[in-house]
Design a protein around this ligand. Structure first.
Ligand code: UN1
Length: 503
């Protein structure tokens, strides 16, 4: 069976209407082999604008549905995802090149956020605030916001959609989703799964969730529409630089989850065995294509040689290849461009005096149109050049440090501020790292890697990562609007701050 046939079968099983399969001009290829696996119709600007109008009309009704009832729709979505887990996980592996365990893990992340959002639908708590005036009461309540525009990236083509959609729906919003142009098939599958949940739910307004398979121009229509009060965009910092100001210009709100240049500090008091497992998973897993992937290693001078030797050994043995045809741990890069960017970063590092181990293309004969690489360990003389930037590939830059204060300075001296980790058994060091003068990232871990966050925490980061928070904790507040209410139940009209205004 060709991959294209398998994909068509998966899509049918996942409930995607035949009219949407292999019918358009936007060609979809799998990074596993480079072969074409389908084609989809591209949405025009007019299509996107019409979708926004429909989503707005749906919102006007949905906002009046009690939140726990809205949670019921997300519970059904979670049920449908459980049923679809194997097929959707497999489709993620084919469309993005993830190993099966990570494809399934991504769907599990969707199920987890649905469970979280269902509980949340009964916990959208406001406040009661003590009023300074007699016979007055103050409250703070949270209301639905409107159409939520979700822009997602290729590397987590389904989980990031679900973080946003599950929260947006329980918060009373409708959704228009623009996925990456590289991953329209998993987006069609998610939409079919969502549609099934909607069908099982008695009173969901039509058009509550809509998929816009648009390019940049169609995406811009979403970003610029005054009908879309919230844009939640996940992707590169370059994308965020385009999206953020355009949303701000119309006083819209954005949740930006952008690039990461995540580091692990390996202290002289680290447990090197678990550190090795954590570092290799974070740096090499998902072929270095997570926004949380570890890209920098700051190792204490006393353990640097021993630890880097261990990493090199692991890198030499880690299996690279088509994860659906073998049990490899490292699949392909998403495309040729990603490969070229990787090679450019390695060349730039070499020019600055780095020693590069690995990084070369493999399996070229077997897969001339796919880009498999050995993960690269790059020993840098100092943190400079490409080490300061995010390259979406399995490159781990390593430098030495001699005291933690310097390591923290180096750690924080990059543009991005997403995820971070320290490996130490010394409580003073770990607390320093987690403290106010420690890691400046939105995620700071101890003795685990930088990637693989659970959905229960707020997910996102600072500086060039954009400042937005998705997923758990109180991220839901970003999807709602807040109103402060003061209610006078007395027969007088006292003014705040003791102001008198008698006439
Ligand atoms: C991303 O790469 O955009 O923490 C998301 C992680 C995953 C999510 C990554 N749970 O690595």
């Amino acid at each position: 069976m060709t991959m294209k046939t398998e994909v068509a079968e998966l899509l049918v099983r996942l409930g995607v209407p035949a009219s949407q399969i292999d019918t358009g001009t936007l060609k979809v290829t799998t990074p596993l082999t480079g072969e074409e696996i389908g084609s989809v119709k591209k949405a025009t600007v007019e299509d996107v604008n019409a979708q926004i109008e429909t989503a707005h009309a749906a919102f006007l009704q949905w906002r009046l549905v009690p939140a726990p009832r809205r949670g019921e729709l997300v519970r059904l979505l979670g049920e449908e995802l459980r049923k679809a887990k194997d097929d959707l996980g497999r489709l993620v592996s084919i469309e993005v090149g993830k190993i099966p365990s990570e494809g399934l893990g991504e769907v599990q992340e969707m199920i987890d956020i649905c469970d979280f959002a269902v509980g949340l639908s009964r916990q959208l708590y406001g406040l009661t605030i003590a009023s300074e005036r007699p016979g007055h009461k103050m409250t703070e309540v949270w209301h639905p916001l409107g159409v939520t525009g979700v822009i997602s990236a290729f590397n987590f083509p389904v989980a990031v959609w679900s973080w946003n959609t599950a929260l947006a729906l329980v918060c009373g919003n409708s959704v228009v989703w623009k996925p990456s142009e590289k991953t329209p098939l998993t987006a069609l599958a998610c939409t079919a799964i969502m549609d099934r949940a909607v069908e099982r739910f008695a009173d969901a307004p039509a058009g509550l969730h809509q998929l816009a398979l648009a390019d940049r121009v169609g995406g811009a229509a979403l970003v610029e529409s005054p009908r879309v009060p919230l844009i939640s965009a996940t992707g590169s910092t370059a994308m965020g630089r385009q999206v953020g100001p355009r949303v701000a210009e119309r006083f819209g709100r954005s949740i930006l989850e952008l690039g990461g240049n995540n580091a692990g500090i390996v202290s002289e008091q680290a447990d090197l065995d678990i550190t090795l497992r954590a570092v290799v998973f974070s740096a090499v897993g998902t072929t270095g294509q997570r926004c949380t992937s570890m890209r920098r290693l700051l190792a204490h001078d006393t353990v640097y040689d021993e630890f880097v030797a261990k990493v090199k050994k692991a890198y030499a043995t880690v299996t690279v290849g088509n994860p659906l045809a073998s049990n490899s741990l490292v699949g392909p890069l998403i495309d040729k461009f990603a490969y070229e960017q990787m090679q450019k970063a390695l060349a730039d590092a070499r020019a600055l005096g780095a020693t590069v181990t690995g990084g070369e293309r493999v399996l070229e004969d077997e897969y001339p149109d796919a880009y498999y690489v050995r993960p690269a360990l790059v020993e840098m003389p100092e943190q400079t050049g490409p080490m300061l930037e995010e390259t979406f590939a399995p490159i781990l830059y390593a430098v030495r440090y001699t005291n933690l204060a310097d390591a923290l300075d180096t750690h924080n001296a990059v543009g991005a501020g997403l995820s971070s980790a320290i490996f130490t058994l010394n409580m003073r060091e770990s607390e320093q790292f987690l403290g106010a003068a420690g890691s400046d990232c939105g995620i700071a871990n101890v003795n685990i890697g930088t990637s693989g966050a659970e959905i229960g925490g707020a997910f996102g980061g600072e500086k060039e990562t954009g400042g937005g928070r998705e997923s758990g904790s109180d991220s839901w507040k970003g999807y709602m609007r807040r109103a402060t209410n003061t209610i006078n139940y007395s027969t007088e009209l006292p003014l705040a701050q003791g102001v008198s205004f008698d006439f």
